[in-house]
Design a protein around this ligand. Structure first.
Ligand SMILES: [Cu+2]
Length: 279
């Protein structure tokens, strides 16, 4: 029975367990939910009790009550106290939801080195300023993730991935969320709140995953015909595995670019539309 109640409540509370900010959001939600549940049961219980106890009977004359000052002041003050308590709790927790912590000692040591981006009012970095910075690009209808590590001064050559973001565990990941076309919404429930990808604007959030695993999400803003297919996953792997993956991703992209260059040169060297062969 206890298990049933717990799993029912878990259904009504936000997903969490992936990142500290998601856990804080979930616990804040739970506190509010439990207080609301107690009030709900008390109010509905009182109502049902009164309905049954004072139901219409032959010859009964109801008591004529014209207000009760003490009772009315009582429930107004009690509601204000609950509201104030929830407000204080919310503001107390806001810091740990918005501000990322440092990476753990077993986190990725390459992450955040040589970063040129500074913390701002919008982009919050960990106290030591080090985080793995990933740009999240929303586009109809796929998410692209651009990693640091461009080898050209113009920023080209940075490794990237589509649909699945691979990240190292115990490492603070700072996301810069942008859009190439319409408004999208980045949301991996177990890793924190929703953030919109708005054209011409930057939104920032962060997460820090302890356990290796796959965390699923979905574009949370109707962005067009194939919006439902705009899925996203975050796969957390140990730092050494991440470094290897990033290096191989970079190499695969370089290889594909080299092949494309050859194919383009071949196309350009051919004359006459009829002679163009499919590279
Ligand atoms: Cu979308």
């Amino acid at each position: 029975m206890g298990h049933l109640i717990l799993s029912t409540l878990a259904f009504f509370t936000p997903q969490s367990g992936g990142s500290p900010n998601a856990n804080e959001i979930s616990s804040l939600y739970e506190v509010t939910l439990y207080i609301a549940l107690v009030i709900f049961v008390a109010v509905e219980g009182g109502l049902i009790y009164a309905l049954v106890k004072f139901r219409a009977r032959k010859g009964a004359v109801p008591a004529q009550i014209r207000g009760n000052t003490r009772l009315e002041v009582g429930w107004t003050v009690a509601a204000a106290v609950i509201l104030l308590g929830l407000a204080v709790l919310t503001f107390a927790k806001l810091g740990s939801i918005q501000n990322p912590p440092n990476s753990g000692p077993s986190g990725d040591q390459l992450a955040g080195d040589g970063g040129l981006i500074y913390a701002s009012a919008e982009r919050k970095l960990p106290p030591n300023g080090k985080a793995l910075k990933i740009t999240v690009l929303g586009r109809q209808y796929i998410w692209q993730f651009v990693y640091p590590g461009a080898n050209e001064p113009d920023g080209l050559g940075a490794p990237y991935a589509f649909e699945q973001m691979v990240v190292p565990t115990n490492t603070t990941v700072s996301l810069d969320i942008v859009s190439e076309d319409v408004v999208h919404s980045w949301w991996i429930p177990q890793l924190g709140g929703k953030f919109q990808a708005v054209p011409g604007y930057h939104n920032y959030t962060w997460f820090k995953i302890e356990k290796p695993g796959v965390y699923r999400g979905q574009c949370a803003f109707l962005c067009g015909r194939a919006h439902a297919r705009m899925v996203a996953t975050v796969r957390a792997v140990p730092p050494a595995q991440f470094d290897a993956w990033l290096a191989s991703q970079k190499q695969l992209i370089a290889q594909a670019n080299a092949e494309a260059k050859v194919a383009r040169a071949k196309l350009n060297s051919q004359v006459g539309a009829g002679q163009v062969s499919n590279p």
